[in-house]
Design a protein around this ligand. Structure first.
Ligand code: SF4
Ligand code: ZN
Length: 356
């Protein structure tokens, strides 16, 4: 069900319009990569379809998301070009290994105004044609799962024995935070319903959790992410993807960042979240690949220890040993600790960047 804070949505929309106007005419690009791991291969392809309908709606989309900047809006990349690129990647990976095809359209795969039916159905046919592909991973907002469960079920059947995985952005299990901070346009119950449907169909579920929206302090963001992870796991998600927010052009987060009223989360917060989740749920598959990690617009620390902490986050995910005393990694952990343990009011009026 649509849940809107009109003040926030109006600002998000205004910023979105201004930015999209600025980049009108920018050539959309197909981007792809093949990554080989010991036991499996991942094909990742970003297809610049029309763009997320929520971002292009009269409510402007999520407050931190700039994916629509890279979409075509008018679908100027022809469908045969997209299909031929996917086929080339599938041919290149014809091995006995487990091959995962990850398709990102920066919106919802089951939204036909974003991904036309013709394109979606032909992708399904390609997976039938190349049975070495063992998994198709796509993304969708909850409402398209709820409204098009029949299409999801048909897709799952059509690609069998390959597995279908659907990623859904939950971001927060708190309705007020979803509405006032993320401008997510959905309620927690929509996510719950979508997960229920996917479980019934037998689809693998990945839940995305963005960390630290505008208007939350570092501490509030950590607490909210912990309860959101708890909630997603209680609903039966198979994977959790922890995504620290980065500052993307044309978003509310960018607008506030320029005024020094928004800072992406510290890497310490992300390390803490990963470690807490690992300890609480050792059986859950966790992903955390920070965008712009260590850069000013991404999750970062003091600048001296960023690379090290990014590596420790990866090690922790891979069950490798990580020092338990963070002060031995870098002394800036003391500043982070002061930030999250001090009275919240202090940091509502303090420029966070000055604390780093
Ligand atoms: S986060 Fe997802 S739902 Fe929100 S605007 Fe971006 S693509 Fe759309
Ligand atoms: Zn440091």
């Amino acid at each position: 069900m649509l849940s809107i804070n009109q003040l926030v949505a109006t600002k998000v929309l205004q910023l979105r319009h201004e930015h999209l106007k600025k980049i009108t005419g920018k050539e959309p690009k197909l981007w792809s990569e093949i990554t080989e791991f010991d036991e499996y291969t991942i094909i990742t392809i970003v297809i610049p379809t029309r763009g997320c309908s929520w971002a292009l709606s009269e409510y402007g989309g999520c407050s931190v998301c700039g994916y629509v900047n890279d979409s075509s809006r008018d679908l100027s990349i022809p469908i045969p070009t997209i299909l031929s690129e996917i086929e080339t990647l599938l041919i290149k990976t014809e091995t006995d290994r487990y091959v995962i095809l990850k398709i990102f359209n920066s919106g919802s795969f089951f939204d036909e105004s974003d991904v036309p039916r013709n394109l979606r159905e032909n992708i399904t046919k390609l997976i039938q044609k190349y049975p070495h592909c063992s998994q198709l991973s796509v993304e969708s907002r909850s409402e398209y799962v709820i409204n098009y469960s029949n299409i999801i079920e048909a897709t799952k059947k059509a690609i069998k024995p390959a597995i279908l995985e659907v990623g859904i952005g939950l971001e927060s299990s708190n309705n007020s935070i979803l509405r006032d901070c993320w401008n997510k346009g959905m309620r927690v119950s929509d996510y719950e319903q979508a997960v229920h449907i996917l479980r019934k169909i037998g689809v693998k579920i990945k839940t995305y959790i963005f960390v630290k929206p505008p208007f939350l302090t570092e501490y509030e963001a950590i607490i909210d992410s912990i309860s959101t992870i708890d909630h997603a796991i209680s609903q039966g998600t198979d994977l959790i993807s922890i995504n620290p927010c980065s500052v993307q052009n044309g978003t509310l987060a960018h607008y506030l960042f320029k005024k020094d009223r928004y800072q992406p989360p510290w890497l310490w917060s992300i390390l803490f979240l990963v470690s807490t989740t690992k300890k609480k749920y050792p059986q859950i598959k966790l992903i955390c690949e920070p965008t712009a990690g260590g850069k000013p617009r991404g999750t970062h620390n003091c600048g001296e220890c960023d690379k090290k902490v990014l590596r420790y986050i990866k090690d922790m995910i891979d069950n490798q040993p990580v020092p338990s005393d963070y002060s031995k990694i870098c002394t800036c952990v003391v500043r982070w600790h002061t930030l999250i343990t001090s009275p919240i009011e202090l940091f509502r009026t303090t420029k966070l960047s000055k604390l780093r």
